[in-house]
Design a protein around this ligand. Structure first.
Ligand SMILES: NC(=O)c1ccc[n+]([C@@H]2O[C@H](COP(=O)([O-])OP(=O)(O)OC[C@H]3O[C@@H](n4cnc5c(N)ncnc54)[C@H](OP(=O)(O)O)[C@@H]3O)[C@@H](O)[C@H]2O)c1
Length: 292
C-alpha cells in the first residue's frame, strides 16, 4: 500500500514547523507537503514540498490540496474572523478530494463557554463532521508556554491575582501538541475527538509554588472575583479586549472546570508521555525570570 500524502496547513507557525520536523524524524515514507501563506519564510526543508496555501483564498487552497490524502488544519491566530477561513479550508479539502482531516481545537468548546472564541472551534468541528470526510479532532488544552507570558510579571510583583479559585488547568506543552498532531497524521482517521492534555491538571497555587521554587522568589496567590480581577488589570493599563477575552474569561473557564480533565491522548497518539509543567518551566528558567 502506498503511504499517504500529508499536508500541513499553517506550516509556517511554531506548531506547524514542529509537526513537520516530527514527521521527518519518524521517517514518514509518503510525501509531506507544507502549506503556508509565505513559502519564502519556510525556506526549503529537506524532503518537504512547500506550497502556497492561505485559508482566505479558497481557489488557491483547493489547487494546493491536489493529491493530498490527509490535511492538518491548524487553527489560525486570526481570532474573531477565523471561522470563515476554517470553513474555507474544509470546503477546499472536500473539493480537492482530500480523504481525512485533522484539526486543532480547544477543550470543551460547546456552549455555554466563557471563552469568546469557543464558537469558532465548535463551528469548525461541526463543519468537519458534516463534510463526510474522515477526521481526527484534537482539542488541545492551553499551551504550558502561555505561562511564560504570565509568570515573569507575577514573579516580579510577588503576587498572582486570580478568579480561577481552586480550578485546575491540564496545561500541555506545544511540543506535545505537535506530537499529537504528527501522530494523528500518521494513522488512519477514525472519526475521533481527543482532548490533548499534559500529564496533570494544576491549580494556580500549585503552579505558583513550582515557579517560586525555580525562581527562588515568593509568590502570594490572591483570590479575587472576576470584577476585581478586571479592575486590577484595567488599573495596570491592560486593554479591555484582553481583560474580557483572555484574563477574566480564562480564569472563569478554569473555575468552571472546563480545562481540568487529563487524558492519555499524547501517549496514545505518539507513544511517549507528555512533558510536565515543571519541566517546561525549568527549561525556560531565564524567560521566567524575565531575562530572555
Ligand atoms: N492552546 C493554546 O494555548 C494556544 C495558544 C496559542 C495559539 N493556539 C492556536 O494554535 C495555533 C497554532 O499555534 P502556534 O503556536 O503554531 O501559533 P503561531 O506560531 O502564532 O502560528 C499562527 C498560525 O496561523 C496560521 N495562519 C494565520 N492566518 C492564516 C491563513 N489565512 N491561512 C492559513 N494559515 C493561517 C499561520 O500559518 P502560516 O504563517 O504558515 O500561513 C500559523 O500556522 C494558533 O494559530 C492558535 O489557533 C493555541
Amino acid at each position: 500500500m502506498t503511504e499517504p500524502t500529508l499536508f500541513i496547513g499553517g506550516a509556517g507557525g511554531k506548531l506547524g514547523r514542529r509537526v513537520i520536523d516530527l514527521l521527518r524524524q519518524r521517517g514518514h515514507a509518503g510525501r509531506i507537503i507544507a502549506g503556508t501563506r509565505d513559502p519564502e519564510k519556510l525556506g526549503h526543508p529537506e524532503g518537504v514540498e512547500v506550497r502556497r496555501a492561505d485559508y482566505t483564498d479558497p481557489a488557491g487552497l483547493e489547487s494546493a490540496l491536489g493529491g493530498v490524502d490527509r490535511f492538518l488544519i491548524i487553527s489560525t491566530d486570526q481570532i474573531g474572523t477565523r471561522l470563515a477561513n476554517h470553513l474555507n479550508a474544509v470546503a477546499a479539502a472536500r473539493a480537492a478530494g482530500v480523504k481525512e482531516l485533522v484539526y486543532t481545537s480547544m477543550p470543551a468548546p460547546e456552549a455555554p463557554s466563557a471563552i469568546s472564541f469557543a464558537p469558532e472551534h465548535l463551528g469548525t468541528e461541526q463543519a468537519i463532521k458534516a463534510s463526510g470526510l474522515r477526521y481526527t479532532i484534537l482539542r488541545m488544552s492551553w499551551y504550558t508556554e502561555n505561562l511564560l507570558g504570565t509568570l515573569p510579571g507575577v514573579l516580579a510583583r510577588g503576587q498572582w491575582y486570580t478568579s480561577a479559585g481552586d480550578g485546575r488547568v491540564s496545561y500541555v506543552s506545544r511540543e506535545d501538541c505537535a506530537r499529537a498532531a504528527a501522530g494523528a497524521l500518521l494513522r488512519p482517521a477514525a472519526d475521533r475527538t481527543y482532548t490533548v492534555t499534559g500529564p496533570a491538571a494544576l491549580t494556580t497555587r500549585e503552579i505558583a509554588a513550582e515557579a517560586s521554587r525555580l525562581a527562588g522568589r515568593p509568590i502570594a496567590v490572591v483570590d479575587v472575583g472576576d470584577e476585581q480581577l478586571a479592575a486590577g488589570a484595567r488599573a495596570a493599563g491592560v486593554p479591555d479586549y484582553v481583560i474580557e477575552n483572555f484574563i477574566v474569561a480564562f480564569d472563569r473557564n478554569t473555575r468552571e472546570r472546563k480545562v481540568a480533565s487529563v487524558t492519555d491522548a499524547v501517549e496514545s497518539l505518539w507513544g511517549e508521555r507528555p512533558i510536565s509543567v515543571a519541566d517546561v518551566l525549568a527549561a525556560n528558567r531565564a524567560a521566567l525570570l524575565g531575562a530572555a
